[in-house]
Design a protein around this ligand. Structure first.
Ligand code: MIG
Length: 799
């Protein structure tokens, strides 16, 4: 907690005793003798909102983070006044507010303290900026752990750390550096295996201290605005993260090709170079769906223009690439070159769309094009205009995705590397300075980009990727983690960052595979690809000034390893797409850190490296050079080694072999993993069968497969296919039942079944009570057969 700032005149101020309260339908407001108001809103039985106002009314209620589709409604609310406190109960929680000092305690209905104020709400007046520094401090419960917080490059459990949120272009950042590119003021607290979340929806610079300054205290504060936070009860982490993602929103499904492999570099130009790279992928048979154009495709870095020397006919090039299965993605930055002969600049000036300094002139700063002005994306009119600018790029030229960079916003050659504090923003009518708008600038740019790309890509699905983000940005765009470095430490960072983003509502994230700055060794590149294919977004990118970083830039062994792992990703596309569906539908993180997967097992609370890809595939990257394997923790349950098929009982650490062509991958027993054939790009082949790898289990397990056309919006009208498989294994039997939902007919007619780990010899196979002659089934080591896709029950009996 900051207590001795230079701004401090009076020190911390505190609420006095409660003298009044007012009840509304889903809210109660308390007033103290010194004019502090605390408003508690009961959004759901398990989701509460707390707002504090000092000396004056609450600010108009406005948030960029909260989704219009958030769920509201509670079943029960009971409010009681006691001698020294008020007590409010929902069907899941109880909140007590002390009459003496407004301090809170939040309990479950068994009386366990979930979260309790220490000093509680207090504030410091900021004479320099006006307004207050608003603060909160809470007791940390015994062995409490802390997770979440977006892109922080630190161990997953943040206990002992202090972190800050102020979107920053942090080239070649390092472990534990912060702030970085994204501002996600949301954390998950967990103690006694009970989880809850706190989302501090404040866009000023925010700070969180997790038992760093004081051993048993957690605090958070902001350099302005309101103390305004949401409390999301679990008790399980899936409920906490699901609740947070429900509040801040879920994305729509991306087109399936976006889940393929992407190749990028700063920069591929001219056209012949782009073609050469694309052709090489096809020659070497390394699957790839997307190729990127970084800033050099533009004319003098002017957004929405083309360098005609390098790219004389972009439309032709893009369509030729498309014939070969490549989707072209182009970068767009926020800085607009000050140039009276440039239509984008002129339109912005005519309509007064640029951000202004406090005294009136436009905000001027140097970025790639030289001196620029910057659109105020917090103005809805500017967003509409910006969306419209994509017409030519998307509708005419055929660009399939847009990459928004530098939107922290980043400015060169100035202290702080961003806009000065006095810059003015519209903030959707709630005019403010950059202190308040900074953290949402990138989000609002990506939002406007998403609107435009969506409009002009329709009836297909849009693709947008952003570097900067605030909570809720996942509704509009995917993201990457910015300018990392080709070092082993950064491979570790990549792993924790993507897991952390997944826990913070933003699953659709990846890292620059191989590292942006500097040059990876072939070994490091291979190890990074092996992790990267298990990230929701999978792209190789590099700065280009340290040599090439294509899969063939090292040696043949690395090329072969890269191909093998990218092929695995393409085989797993139906599995990956199903994970994405579960994310869009229920807010379930696509990667599950072990603590998320099994919070009851305290061994998981400090694990960083292992994670579950989807629901049933356990992955652990190799993070050190010259490894032949590593020690890792296998969570509870039995796990099949993906490479060898042998089973290991979890709940312990073990040594797993993983020479350079492998990383530890395990499949949960009972899982049914759907696979497509390897394709060079999504849609290359008509899928004529779905392979189901069925991992025997003595007991039950459920799996599902979501499919649709892989593009367009028909899935929203029910044209999808969701298959749920229930597996029941007995000593000499295996039964698989299928339940189907949705109106989409998959193009294939059959499943190819691979049975793995059957502990018995097959005596008979029945499909919907009809016996299949055994000679029709190829029985070799692993039983392997083809059956019609619409079966309801597959029954395998053993000898
Ligand atoms: O100041 O567009 O993070 O991915 O290649 C560098 C050039 C600007 C930073 C991005 C990086 C991109 C690069 N950009």
């Amino acid at each position: 907690m900051i207590t001795n700032t230079e701004l401090e005149y009076k020190g911390n101020l505190f609420p006095a005793q409660i003298i009044d309260h007012k009840k509304e339908v889903d809210k109660i407001t308390f007033y103290t003798r010194n004019n502090v108001a605390l408003q508690i809103s009961f959004l759901r039985d398990s989701v509460l909102r707390f707002r504090y106002a000092v000396e004056q009314d609450f600010e108009p209620d406005f948030s960029y983070a909260i989704s219009e589709d958030a769920t509201y409604g509670y079943n029960h609310l009971e409010i009681k006044e006691n001698d020294d406190h008020f007590a409010m109960k929902t069907s899941k929680l109880e909140v007590k507010v002390s009459k003496k000092d407004l301090r809170l305690a939040i309990l479950d209905l068994e009386g366990n303290i979930l979260n309790e104020d220490e000093l509680g709400f207090h504030w410091e007046e900021s004479y320099e900026f006006g307004g207050n520094i608003v603060k909160m401090s809470k007791f940390s419960q015994e062995s409490e752990s802390f997770y979440g917080m977006g892109d922080k490059p630190s161990q997953l459990n943040l206990r002992g750390k202090r972190v800050h949120n102020w979107a920053t272009d942090q080239y070649a950042f390092g472990k534990d550096h912060n702030p970085l590119y994204k501002a996600v003021p949301f954390y998950i607290g967990m103690h006694h295996s009970i989880g809850y979340g706190i989302f501090f929806d404040n866009t000023f610079k925010t700070h969180f201290d997790f038992c760093h300054e004081r051993r048993n205290i957690t605090s958070f504060w902001a350099d302005g605005g309101e103390m305004n936070y949401y409390f999301i009860y679990g008790p399980t982490m899936p409920e906490v993260v699901g609740g947070y993602t429900d509040l801040t929103g879920k994305p729509e499904l991306p087109p399936l090709w976006v889940l393929g492999f992407h190749q990028c570099k700063w920069s591929y130009y001219p056209e012949s170079k782009v073609k050469e790279i694309a052709n090489k992928f096809r020659d070497l048979k390394i699957p790839c769906d997307a190729i990127y154009l970084d800033i050099d495709y533009m004319e003098g870095f002017r957004c929405f223009t083309w360098n005609k020397e390098y790219f004389p006919d972009p439309k032709r090039m893009v369509s030729e690439l498309a014939e070969d299965g490549f989707k072209t993605v182009a970068i767009i930055d926020p800085g607009i070159k000050i140039d009276k002969n440039y239509w984008v600049y002129n339109e912005a000036v005519e309509n007064d769309y640029f951000c202004k300094r406090a005294d009136g002139p436009y905000m001027k700063g140097k970025v790639w094009p030289g001196e620029c002005n910057f659109p105020d994306f917090t103005n809805p009119k500017v967003r509409e205009w910006w969306a419209g600018l994509y017409k030519e790029l998307i509708a005419d030229i055929g660009i399939k995705g847009v990459w928004n960079d530098m939107n922290e916003p980043a400015v060169m050659e100035v202290p702080g590397k961003t806009f000065p504090d006095d810059v003015r923003h519209n903030y959707d009518g709630h005019h403010c300075s950059h202190r308040k708008a900074h953290n949402v600038y990138g989000m609002q740019m990506a939002r406007a980009t998403h609107e435009g790309v969506k409009k002009f890509t329709f009836p297909k699905r849009p693709f947008v990727i952003t570097r900067s983000a605030y909570s809720g940005t996942q509704r509009f765009t995917s993201s990457w983690t910015g300018d990392n470095v080709a070092t082993w430490e950064h491979l570790w960072i990549a792993n924790v960052q993507v897991q952390r983003m997944c826990m913070s509502g933003m699953s659709f994230t990846g890292t620059d595979i191989g590292g942006f700055a500097e040059q990876p060794s072939g070994e490091l590149f291979a190890r990074w690809i092996q992790l990267g294919v298990f990230h929701p977004f999978c792209r190789v990118h590099s700065s280009g000034d340290h040599g090439s970083q294509e899969p063939w830039s090292f040696d043949e062994e690395v090329t072969n390893i890269t191909r093998k792992f990218i092929e695995l990703r393409y085989q797993l596309l139906p599995y990956l797409y199903t994970m994405f569906y579960e994310y869009t539908e229920y807010g379930i993180p696509m990667l599950k850190s072990l603590v998320y997967y099994d919070q009851e097992d305290t061994h998981t609370h400090y694990r960083n490296d292992e994670f579950i890809f989807g629901n049933q595939i356990l992955v652990c990257p190799i993070l050190e050079p010259n490894s032949k394997g590593r020690r890792m923790y296998l969570p509870q349950g039995n796990w099949y080694n993906f490479w060898g098929g042998e089973i290991t009982k979890g709940g312990k650490e073990c040594w797993v072999e993983a020479d350079i062509d492998k990383i530890p991958i395990f499949i949960k027993e009972g899982a049914i993993i759907p696979k497509y054939p390897v394709q060079q790009y999504v849609g290359e082949k008509e899928i004529d069968k779905l392979t189901l790898d069925i991992y025997y289990k003595l007991g039950k397990e459920e799996s599902q497969v979501f499919e649709d056309t892989g593009d367009g919006f028909d899935y929203k009208k029910g044209r999808y296919s969701l298959r749920m498989f229930k597996l029941t294994g007995k000593e000499k039997e295996l039964i698989i039942q299928q339940f189907k939902e949705g109106k989409y007919e998959t193009p294939y007619e059959v499943f190819k079944i691979n049975l793995i780990g059957l502990p018995f010899k097959v005596k008979s196979v029945q499909v919907d009570n009809v016996e299949i002659p055994l000679q029709d089934i190829i029985l070799n080591g692993d039983t392997n057969m083809t059956i019609k896709k619409d079966f309801t029950e597959l029954h395998i009996k053993g000898l």
